[in-house]
Design a protein around this ligand. Structure first.
Ligand code: ZN
Ligand code: ZN
Ligand code: FE
Length: 752
């Protein structure tokens, strides 16, 4: 008997070619009914026999387009008022404050790349897209995802595009950003705007790049600065423009084959590199690009083209690889407005290329790496945001402000945790503005009403200040969560823990409950409480924050702490730093002048890197640790003696390192031994804690675990001993994941 069924679907179902797919499937099965987007998902009505309906739902699940993900299907039977004989796509409907998932931006698909070679009205058209690809999050202003609610609203479709948009069997049926040469956005350059024609513009861009110059190019979520990655001069120019001395740049190759000449790509890495999210993937380097692209590193951040303009540009440049870095100065947010680009880059680069499709939500390129088959995300932005993390608990109304560095904030909506895109370091005035602006955009977009605010324990973080301000202004409760508790809770909620966990949280610094800087915490964690089992011994941090930019100070702090005299320092270090500077630091420590205590693991890496002469002062965050990891070579077993006391001390290791330096042991070997020793130490204490609690898993999190050598080795070690390792995978393990942990703690405290 034919009945009418309502099928309600939730998940990533809008703006990803789902309705046309449903339509075509219904046609193929000759099932009448309708489909429409609503603000909380997709509603399908079918008139069919129960058996037919089940078959239809089964094929929906099995044959859906690649980007679609269905998290919930709810089927209910309704009255069958009048039988219909067609299947229709109905206009979108808004009928509650519930929300549907918004698609992240999707790399251009093969078929669209083909269309710009064949379709007359899209010949060479760089803004081509279809229901399976193109801009999404970066252009959406409000829900539901329909053209008038995006920055494409200002472009009126030409008759040709409109026909494609309206024909259900067309690949562009209801592709909201649909456009062509006649009606869509276009590229232009300079101020006042000049449009020499797209192909001429491309030629000029390619020429400028091949001449060793830097150009600014508006892309999907903002501008990129681009130059030839094989020209040392060009890269040096880029460093000047960006005011960035040493931090590695990411590059773009035109194809996997070309990338393979320079980097190793294994199976999972290939999947990430070529997938629709198209992030920057950190890969092991085989062959160097121009000096200055990634100084001192043995990995290279690589991405493949994700916009038509990238393909078209790389077809025209002589160079096969471009440095492609966020268009910003130093630590500022990525530039997204043409006027802003003109202001920042005029006089610094000879060519600024704009387009007239506004970016509404600014997104940087995302960064991931793969270690032991697991993908980890370092910077979560384009292609990932605003995909929610589905959790087992109700998080409605919780707004988490995140930390200070690599900030991202998060909000709780039902059982969804929505993490913002990478915001950056909140020291910079413009980044603060981006932070506040994005927060209010998220609140609007997701129809969010905050009920509980959560921030870090640190009173001086800007995020904490803003949270306090909101709490007062809105009369809302404010919860403060210890930094490493949040790190661990983020990993717990991602992996669905509902029992206590043991976690190693290693990072640079986070304020502890005792007022000291923490950052090497072995914790027993519940969502609402935590216990500090052990940590690295406290070290003086001479000069406070200043010490983290000057690793040599930490070398002095450790040496002084362990009672070494100037004569016992490596001669190289003495020659470079000098006795008098060392003596000043020793004085500061003895007299306790501006010398807080820290157990931050990052500072141990600093001390060792400085003693080895790899990095005595650092130009960017974690430079010393990254360089120490990069120079490692040799075996994974030889070790210095490791700590076994209540706290983790490293005197025997320092003894060993100094001894090796005297013997003239290769620094690459010393660095490897340091990593091995740290791994052994973390394993020893971690296993003990796991056993004492009768558990069988451990969490590893915090920015230090972006060190692949350490995290890979330690994971293997635990797993060989029957202990499962959980690291954040969908969330960054650095401070970009803190807000998720703050929400997790917020949920449990609210329910307590
Ligand atoms: Zn496409
Ligand atoms: Zn058109
Ligand atoms: Fe942290």
């Amino acid at each position: 008997m034919v009945k009418q069924y309502n099928i309600h679907l939730q998940g990533l179902v809008q703006g990803v070619g789902f309705r046309p797919f449903v339509y075509n499937l219904a046609q193929a099965l000759t099932i009448p009914g309708s489909v429409r987007n609503s603000n909380d998902g997709v509603e399908i009505v079918v008139q069919a026999e129960e058996r037919q309906m089940r078959h239809f739902v089964k094929r929906l699940r099995e044959e859906k387009p690649e980007v679609v993900s269905i998290t919930d299907i709810n089927v209910s039977e309704t009255d069958c008022p009048s039988p219909s004989d067609t299947f229709r796509i109905l206009p979108s409907e808004v009928h509650s404050d519930r929300i549907t998932q918004i698609s992240p931006d999707i790399a251009v698909c093969e078929q669209c790349l083909d269309d710009i070679k064949r379709q007359p009205h899209r010949k060479d058209y760089p803004f081509v897209n279809c229901t399976n690809c193109g801009p999404r999050f970066s252009i959406i202003e409000t829900l539901p995802y329909d053209r008038p609610n995006t920055t494409m609203a200002r472009f009126e479709m030409c008759p040709h595009c409109r026909t494609e948009y309206e024909q259900v069997e067309n690949r562009r049926f209801h592709a909201q950003p649909v456009a062509c040469n006649h009606c869509g956005p276009f590229y232009y350059m300079g101020n006042p705007a000049v449009n020499p024609g797209y192909l001429n513009l491309l030629r000029k861009v390619a020429e400028t790049i091949d001449n060793g110059q830097v150009i600014a190019l508006k892309s999907l979520g903002g501008y990129n600065l681009v130059c030839d990655a094989l020209s040392g001069e060009a890269v040096a120019r880029l460093r000047k423009v960006k005011q960035r001395d040493a931090k590695p740049f990411a590059v773009m190759f035109s194809s996997v084959e070309q990338a393979r000449e320079y980097v190793h790509i294994d199976g999972e890495e290939l999947k990430q590199l070529t997938g629709w999210r198209r992030p920057i993937v950190l890969l092991r380097q085989k062959k160097n690009l121009a000096e200055g692209v990634n100084p001192g590193m043995n990995t290279l951040g690589v991405m493949l083209p994700y916009l038509p303009v990238h393909y078209q540009l790389l077809e025209r440049t002589e160079t096969e690889v471009l440095v492609m870095t966020s268009g910003n100065i130093s630590n500022e947010p990525i530039v997204m407005e043409p006027s802003e680009a003109e202001k920042k880059f005029t006089g610094k680069v000879p060519l600024i290329v704009h387009h007239n499709r506004p970016v509404f939500n600014r997104v940087d390129d995302s960064v991931v790496f793969v270690e032991k088959g697991k993908t980890q995300i370092i910077r979560r932005s384009r292609g990932y945001v605003p995909e929610p993390l589905f959790i087992k608990k109700e998080a409605e109304g919780i707004l988490a402000f995140g930390a200070e560095l690599s900030n991202a904030f998060a909000l709780g909506r039902g059982n969804q945790l929505l993490l913002s895109q990478y915001i950056g370091n909140l020291h910079e005035a413009e980044t603060l503005q981006f932070y506040e602006e994005t927060m209010s955009r998220f609140i609007d977009l997701f129809r969010f009403t905050p009920k509980l605010l959560v921030c870090d324990l640190h009173p001086d973080y800007f995020s904490s200040h803003l949270a306090e301000h909101y709490a007062t202004a809105m009369g809302l409760p404010l919860l403060r969560v210890q930094h490493h508790h949040a790190h661990a809770a983020a990993a717990m909620i991602e992996h669905g823990y509902d029992t206590p966990a043991i976690a190693w949280c290693l990072d640079g610094v986070g304020l502890g409950t005792d007022g000291n800087g923490w950052g090497s915490e072995l914790l027993k964690v519940n969502y609402d409480t935590f216990e500090r089992i052990t940590h690295f011994e406290n070290m003086p941090l001479p000069g406070g924050d200043k010490a983290s930019g000057e690793p040599w100070r930490m070398a002095v702090a450790y040496m002084h702490h362990y009672g070494y005299t100037h004569g016992q320092y490596p001669p190289d270090f003495m020659k470079n730093i000098g006795s008098s500077k060392i003596a000043i630091i020793e004085q500061m420590i003895r007299r306790n002048i501006n010398t807080p205590l820290t157990s931050g693991a990052g500072r141990l890496f600093d001390a060792v890197a400085a003693l080895l002469g790899i990095c005595r002062t650092s130009a960017y965050q974690a430079e010393a640790a990254m360089k120490l990891e990069a120079i490692c070579s040799g075996d994974y077993t030889s070790c210095y003696p490791h700590a076994e006391g209540r706290l983790l001390g490293f005197q025997p290791m320092f003894e060993g390192i100094l001894g090796d330096l005297v013997k003239g042991t290769d620094k690459a070997m010393i660095a490897a031994k340091f990593h091995n020793t740290l791994c052994e130490t973390l394993f020893y204490y971690g296993r003990q804690a796991v056993r004492n609690e009768g558990m069988n898993s451990i969490i590893l999190t915090g920015g230090v675990f972006q060190n692949r050598r350490l995290s890979g080795m330690l994971r293997e070690k635990f797993e060989n001993n029957g202990i499962t390792v959980h690291m954040p995978e969908m969330l960054p393990c650095n401070d970009g994941g803190i807000a998720a942990g703050q929400i997790a703690v917020g949920i449990s405290k609210r329910n307590a």
